[in-house]
Structure formats: C-alpha cells, structure tokens
Ligand binder design. Structure first.
Ligand SMILES: [Zn+2]
Length: 255
C-alpha cells in the first residue's frame, strides 16, 4: 500500500481530531479545505476533482446510490487532493479505478489507499476485527461500523485482517489481480487466467445466482496449477458482485 498516501490520511485524522468513525464528516472536512462537493450526472467517470488556486470542486456521479460507495468516492477525491500536496490539477476517475477493479495507475491506487486509511484507519480496523471469525457476518459488521461498502471492507480485511485470506478481482470471466496473504497455503494466481468453472465466481459470470455467504469449495477452483497443489483440500469462497462492471471480488480463506 502507498506508505505516503496512508501517512497523509493519518495526518488528516490527527489534524481534524477524529477519534472514531462516526466523527468523520467528509463534507465538513472538504469545506474546511475550500472544496465544494456536488453531485451530478457524470458520463465516463464516477468521481472528479478540480483544484485551482486554493479552491476546488469534488463531483460525484449522481448515479451512485449506495451511501458507502459515495463516501468512498469523496474520500478517493480527497486522496488526490492531499496526496498531490493540494496542488492545482484535475482528476477524472472511473469506477474501475475507484472500485479497485483496475490497479494500473499509481495516483489512483494511492487515492484508494488514502481513502481506505481515512475511512477505516488501520488501528481501529484491527481492533474491531481482532478475535472475530472471518466470514460474511464480520465483513457486514465492519462495513456497518465504518459506514462503508462491503467490497471496501473486504479489501481492507484482506490487507490488514488477522486471518490469512486471498482476495481476487475478476472481470469479464478473467482474473484482473489477486492479493494473497503470505500465511495463506497457496501463493499465486496467474493474472488474466480464466476463472475456473469449479468456483462460484464462474457461476456469477455465467449469469447464475450465486450464494450470498461463504461456501466450501475445493482448492482446485483457484489453485489447480499451484506448485504446492493439494488434493481434496477445501477452502471457503465468498463473492461480492459488482454488477455494473461485470466484476466480482472473491475472498478465499482456509477452514
Ligand atoms: Zn482518482
């Protein structure tokens, strides 16, 4: 994760004396920085930031209905603002960037890292999830406590949660990227590989209804080609669909 982006978010939380998630008011924070937040119909982006001479406008696509996603988008744009040192500039951010489906532009990844730390500071997130069993309930509770989307909570858990998980982003039937905790049994999923038909993620791309919660699957569904492949080895798989982008975020963990 972007160390500087994370440090920038920590600095903002400290400066604004924010000591718990409920005290974080993004509108007040933006207002203090002379950034006006508006919502309107955006065509090719989900969030925009334009900064000029100490003032700026954050625009959020009014088609985003989910509150957690809206918050994350504002936090992402604030990320560009603080990460750039409040310099003049414009950013036009696609949903693929903000939702982390695509991770090929450093400034976009850094803006997401800023948003994750601002909305779910590491210390609080670790404290909140410590000693609890990974699963749908914990992810939903985390999303509710931090008032963010389920996918943002899942990504955050994959980064700093205490149970080793693998997280995979797939789009249009192929793996875009994966992040695997070093304590997880298997270590590698080839980018661009086709999603295996033994997985529930495959069913999502096949247009079938997939289970809401975690399901047991054979490790073959994701790690058939692994150097340390294990036969009859079971994992849990949970999927968070992003219908608009024909993408799915998959979480895997061991029993
Ligand atoms: Zn952006």
């Amino acid at each position: 994760m972007g160390i500087l982006a994370k440090a920038n978010a920590k600095k903002v939380l400290k400066e604004f004396l924010i000591k718990e998630p409920a005290k974080l008011d993004l509108y007040a924070l933006a207002g203090y920085e002379n950034l006006f937040i508006e919502e309107r119909d955006l065509f090719s982006s989900e969030g925009q930031l334009v900064v000029k001479d100490g003032m700026g406008i954050i625009t959020i696509d009014d088609k985003i209905t989910e509150k957690g996603q809206k918050k994350f988008t504002i936090a992402h744009e604030l990320g560009h603002y603080f990460n750039s040192g409040k310099k003049n500039g414009s950013y036009f951010c696609s949903g693929l960037d903000i939702r982390g489906i695509k991770q090929d532009i450093t400034a976009e990844v850094d803006a997401n890292d800023f948003a994750a730390e601002l909305l779910m500071p590491e210390d609080w997130f670790v404290k909140f999830t410590k000693g609890k069993i990974i699963g749908k309930k914990l992810l939903s509770e985390s999303a509710e406590y931090f008032d963010i989307s389920l996918s943002a909570a899942a990504l955050r858990y994959a980064e700093i949660g205490n149970h080793p998980v693998a997280v995979i982003m797939s789009k249009d039937g192929s793996v875009k990227w994966s992040r695997i905790n070093k304590h997880f049994t298997f270590h590698f999923i080839r980018p661009k590989s086709k999603v295996n038909n033994l997985s529930y993620a495959y069913e999502f791309f096949n247009g079938e209804k997939i289970p809401d919660g975690p399901e047991e699957i054979l490790a073959d569904a994701w790690f058939a080609g692994a150097y340390n492949y294990k036969k009859d080895y079971f994992l849990y798989e949970q999927n968070i669909p992003m219908y608009k982008y024909n993408a799915v975020l998959t979480l895997l963990w061991e029993k």
